[in-house]
Design a protein around this ligand. Structure first.
Ligand SMILES: [Zn+2]
Length: 377
């Protein structure tokens, strides 16, 4: 099949800022701001750390694997995810300190400079892969406010952010304020519940109490139902053993809708991040259809973090057969050594293997219409 057939999707809807930059480019960024680094970099810096010159790291396999999972490699879900993100943020924190002391500036200023550079390098990689619209998940509103596109990326891609929090975190009045403010200022389009997925426990399923998922979702929805074109992403159905999570979350949402008199969505546009493990029943599909939910498939992430045994297990066809739209996304292309082009190819070959290549054309058409709406916002 010719290359052009699977190089057509232009959106990146599920990505996390901290996982975006490719390992090679990440190391280049580190070298720019510091001459040396603690070693080994896959461990937190401590009194036993040695220090080596950065330039020796650039093609170092151990360094690359501390901040990314090479394509095709599998690591355990919990360890893989935690290590990647911890190593990346600790490395950035280290160079921020170095840069601040070298130039006698505050760490806050150094952080803004380095994160802005990081951000633009991320955008550049998306542009190079043909992405024209991106929604980026990130928690730090202050940093988002400081980001400015440089000349290399300006005008070549439209982007916005989803503010986010770990599912286990508290959602208080300040979070609600933050979501509203970021939406009104035009820096974020919505909110993302994320974190390593475990089965919802009894306390999370109660309608009251500190851990209540009802309370958390209710707070966020209170803001987003009033915001046209807003987005609520829920990370769900990602890990083995969480097959019941999505249905339980949908029931909580149904109760919230009933209690508040909300209509079906959107707004907000509800998107399920992953949605690969679920109980197949009418309620599940009906909820998705009724609320115009979009499923975001992140094939390489799922495979790299051992959330599937093989990419053959991904439910492209099941969603297709039930008329539920999916988008392909990366979950942070740099962390998983993937790109939207690779994710596209995987979807395309899945449809081809199932003898329905026209399903790929459908995916592209749907995405084109969808993007028009997004870009015209
Ligand atoms: Zn994600």
């Amino acid at each position: 099949m010719e290359y052009s057939r699977f190089k057509q999707t232009k959106t990146e809807l599920h990505t996390h800022l901290m996982g975006m930059l490719s390992a090679k480019e990440f190391l280049q960024l580190l070298v720019k701001y510091s001459n040396y680094i603690y070693w080994p970099i896959n461990k937190t810096e401590n009194e036993n750390s040695e220090y080596i010159e950065f330039k020796y790291l650039l093609d170092n396999k151990n360094a690359i694997e501390a901040i990314s999972i090479p394509l095709g490699k599998k690591v355990p879900y919990d360890k893989g995810l935690n290590n990647l993100y911890r190593n990346r943020s600790e490395l950035l924190a280290f160079i921020i300190k170095q840069f601040a002391s070298k130039h006698n500036i505050s760490e806050k200023t150094a952080q803004q400079v380095i994160y802005n550079d990081y951000f633009n390098r991320c955008l550049k990689e998306l542009i190079d892969n043909g992405v024209q619209y991106a929604e980026i998940s990130f928690a730090n509103e202050d940093l988002i406010n400081c980001f400015k596109q440089n000349d290399e990326t300006k005008g070549k891609l439209k982007y916005t952010f989803l503010l986010c929090t770990q599912r286990v975190n508290k959602i208080g009045a300040s979070t609600k304020e933050k979501i509203k403010r970021a939406y009104e200022n035009g820096i974020a389009i919505g909110f993302d519940f994320m974190g390593m997925e475990t089965p919802l426990d009894d306390d999370e399923l109660k309608e009251t109490g500190r851990k209540s998922y009802y309370k958390k979702l209710n707070s966020v929805l209170e803001v987003l139902v009033k915001c046209p074109k807003s987005v609520l992403r829920i990370h769900s159905g990602e890990a083995f053993g969480t097959e019941e999570n999505s249905e339980k979350i949908f029931k909580i949402i149904d109760k919230i809708k009933l209690d508040n008199g909300y209509k079906d969505f959107p707004p907000p546009e509800l998107r399920i991040g992953h949605g690969i493990h679920y109980k197949k029943n009418d309620y599940y599909y009906d909820f998705l259809k009724k609320n115009n939910v979009i499923i975001e498939i992140n094939a390489v992430s799922n495979n790299s973090l051992s959330n599937i045994n093989s990419i053959e297990e991904l439910p492209y066809i099941d969603y297709l057969e039930h008329g539920i739209p999916i988008v392909v996304s990366t979950d942070g292309h740099g962390a998983y050594s993937t790109s939207i082009v690779i994710e596209d190819k995987i979807a395309y070959y899945n449809y081809l293997k199932n003898k329905i290549p026209e399903a790929y054309t459908l995916l592209i058409k749907w995405e084109e219409n969808y993007m028009e709406k997004k870009v015209s916002r």
